[in-house]
Design a protein around this ligand. Sequence first.
Ligand SMILES: Cc1ncc(COP(=O)(O)O)c(C=O)c1O
Length: 397
Amino acid sequence: MTAGSIQSRLNPAVRGLAISGIRRFSNLVAETPGAISLTIGQPDFPTPEHVREAGKAAIDAGYTAYTPTAGLPELRKAAAAFVQEKYGLSYDPATEVLVTIGASHAIDISLRTLLRPGDDVLIPAPVYPGYEPQVRMAGARPVFVDTRQDGFVVTPEALARVWTDKTQCVILPYPNNPTGAAPTRAQVEALAAFLAEKDAFVVSDEIYSELVYDEAHTSIAAYPGMWEKTVVIHGLSKSHSMTGWRVGFVFAPGELTAEMLKVLQYSVSCASSISQYAAVEALTRGKDDAHAMREVYRRRRDVVLERLGAMGLQVTKPGGAFYVFPYIGQLGLSSFEFASRLLREGKVAVVPGDAFSPLGEGYVRISYATDDALLSEAMDRMERFIRSLPTSNAGIP
Ligand SMILES: Cc1ncc(COP(=O)(O)O)c(C=O)c1O
């Protein structure tokens, strides 16, 4: 086979995918000495010590073999108890909980099971870039639903406008990456009332549910008529600062998990045994570990909001996660130009908004999962950069 013929023989659905814009940008950062990176999508805290110790103890005890495909029974039990206590969700650990390799894998096995070629999937956007490629690889079509005029929370009216007979699934990515939007209880209720009447699945990615700042997190699966059709995605990456341990969860009715279990089995056999033992510790003795981190993020969020406001940027106040998504469109630069120049001239890295679907153009994502002193220095640099732009006078005192 020649190089050209190899390419043409490969799966076009895979060839058509692009490398994530976030990764592309963080590579540029690595090449810029002295830059402060606000591109990071993971907590800046270490995994809690007692959880790390549980992982080490699992190795020492020799718990290093395959686990059941669905995950350790004690972990499924702990995960079911966690979502019951925190969000009022009832799942049978024996048949309605799966342990996956991070939330990414939970999304993967869910979409591969729920989607058929030709289906449409509604994705509120701007949005985390992980869903669209999975939808495309399943042969389905992603349909972005614009949330920009609604505080980045999708409304029943916006869903109704694009709804067709082909709508097989709606993704609800809340609390949201990249905008930090967290719907109020009333907003979730309105979505549930609309979706309960529809013949479509819901994939509710709630990985940031422990990091909400105002109202308590509400899961759509807790509403009448929703449990039966909803797949809830969870994981420990954000709540317990465990991105590298790769532990995620699917919570769904047994009829769905029974099918997903096959995809899980044939793709990975099971999640890491060591990580699963650490996860039991995280979800039992460490079930409230996120609270202390959340308070730090809340303080940083308030500082960053104030600083961006003083720079004259328009920002929607984030209710969760650890991101803000200011609008920079009035400065006369595209998201990519703004982020590239801020990196080169101001030595601060942020992610261009178009990494989060075309509807993110005109915005940038700032992660405040960053040490306070660095964050403050980054805000000073960003302010100096914005003031240096010819179009910067709008809104700046
Ligand atoms: C909304 C959202 N879902 C899922 C994931 C993936 O999480 P994990 O590291 O557990 O695979 C991320 C990671 O950034 C995310 O932001």
